[in-house]
Design a protein around this ligand. Structure first.
Ligand SMILES: Cc1cc2nc3c(=O)[nH]c(=O)nc-3n(C[C@H](O)[C@H](O)[C@H](O)COP(=O)(O)OP(=O)(O)OC[C@H]3O[C@@H](n4cnc5c(N)ncnc54)[C@H](O)[C@@H]3O)c2cc1C
Length: 395
């Protein structure tokens, strides 16, 4: 069985899928990703120059946990290559000005130079075409091949992204069963009568302060639902960044994201100012700091398709139509987090390899979703029986 594979999307799921295919001996795999500066999707970082010095902000995923032995293997490999490190926080919950350490959190990980270290390390294990926007795909049923935009023909197609792009990409591709599962509703609340993937929207504020906030925690999930903030994180402390400026990432909740949604590629300047002002005022209230230190940098980002509110309900962890040789991987097929995306990508690769070796079974392809069960930024699954110990960094 010929094995030319196109992976559309270079987030964690697409990169893990391509890297795993390589490990399984499938060498002709290309990842297409739109990222201008890097792959990574919702696991990326930004470098900003503030007063002549560079600072890194994680502007989407902040940290991750490990509860699945399959993911533990990936993290162990990332750790041995120096791409991830244990983050000891303190991380916890903030309510009515009181911080409580998260006692369920067994172990948290972050990228060693920001979350982009994770995707950069995976990228080194793949062939990536970037920036590469795939706007059209079509299945040639006679040749049993996928025409992938202007990039030629491939034996297998993997859709490793979700949201409107994936919905549009697959709408007229000839894979109707797959397409119906990629249809999406944007909302901050789950509608149980609507059997589609639901995605929320979140605003992120990156803010640099001229001096330290002096807070006794590095990351906090905010439990005050009347506030627009869901999460705040001292990125300077988390990443061990030197320099006088203290960098924080502040993430809004989904209700605020929906209420303030604008075109994410073209945020009106007035809206940007309003978001900064509102989130800084909230930051002051929830931290109890009546006067925040002087702000010397701000930047906002809207994640229009931020987190799945529901996940596909099946044991397969990916979608695969064996007849058309097309699969889908992503966080929404397991759990809205780095671990979920990685596991889905890994399983997707194994499914394709099995098909190449003669296994002609498809996965379930019925619209069946269940609540993702997390109001946090992503999910942080823990397994109390599994305290993951990454191997010491190879010398
Ligand atoms: C604000 C925020 C905070 C989060 N915080 C955490 C956290 O702290 N911990 C945690 O575990 N999880 C967190 N998450 C969730 C986590 O980031 C995601 O679950 C995970 O990164 C999803 O990976 P993915 O590969 O499924 O999708 P994505 O990361 O979305 O990757 C899809 C990729 O496909 C590309 N793409 C899309 N369309 C095309 C196209 N047509 N052609 C080519 N490329 C295309 C995109 O540019 C993107 O790079 C957070 C998410 C957000 C938005």
């Amino acid at each position: 069985m010929p094995g030319r594979v196109a992976v559309v999307g270079g987030g964690i799921s697409g990169l893990v899928c391509a890297a795993r295919l390589g490990q399984l001996g499938v060498s002709d795999v290309t990842v297409f990703d739109t990222g201008k500066h890097a792959c990574g999707g919702r696991c990326s970082s930004r470098t900003e120059t503030i007063a002549g010095q560079e600072y890194v902000f994680d502007h989407s995923a902040q940290y991750f946990t490990v509860s699945d032995p399959r993911f533990a293997k990936i993290v162990s490999s990332l750790h041995s290559q120096g791409a991830v490190k244990v983050w000891s926080g303190p991380v916890g919950h903030l309510k009515a000005g009181r911080f409580e350490k998260d006692l369920n959190l067994t172990q948290a990980f972050v990228g060693s130079q920001g979350m982009r270290s994770v995707s950069e390390c995976l990228t080194r294990m793949c062939r990536v075409h970037r920036p590469g926007w795939v706007g059209h795909v079509a299945f040639d049923s006679m040749a049993k091949k996928w025409k992938v935009d202007k990039y030629g023909f491939f034996d297998y197609l993997v859709v490793a992204h979700n949201g409107k792009c994936a919905d549009r990409l697959m709408a007229n591709s000839g894979a109707d069963d797959i397409h119906q599962l990629l249809r999406v509703r944007f909302s901050d609340k789950l509608n149980p009568r609507d059997a589609r993937m639901h995605l929320n929207s979140l605003w992120v504020l990156m803010v640099g302060f001229k001096s330290s906030l002096g807070l006794p925690y590095e990351g906090a999930h905010v439990a005050d639902t009347q506030e627009p903030i869901l999460w705040l994180c001292n990125n300077s402390a988390k990443l061990g960044q030197k320099g006088p400026v203290e960098c924080w990432t502040v993430t809004s909740n989904a209700a605020f994201g929906t209420a303030n949604k604008v075109p994410q590629e073209n945020i009106p300047p007035g809206k940007e100012k309003e978001i900064v002002k509102t989130l800084l005022a909230s930051l002051s209230r929830i931290t109890g700091l009546k006067a925040l230190p002087e702000v010397c940098f701000t930047r906002v980002q809207l994640w229009g398709a931020a987190l799945p509110l529901n996940v596909y309900s099946s044991k397969d962890d990916c979608l695969f139509d064996a007849l058309r040789q097309v699969g889908v991987c992503g966080d929404w097929l397991v759990s809205p987090c780095i671990q979920g995306a990685a596991v889905s990508g890994m399983v997707m690769a194994e499914k394709i390899k099995a098909h190449m070796s003669g296994d002609s079974r498809s996965t379930e392809l019925r619209p069946q979703f269940e609540p993702a069960g997390s109001d946090a930024i992503g999910a942080f699954p823990v397994n109390p029986r599994m305290l993951f110990q990454p191997k010491a960094k190879a010398s």
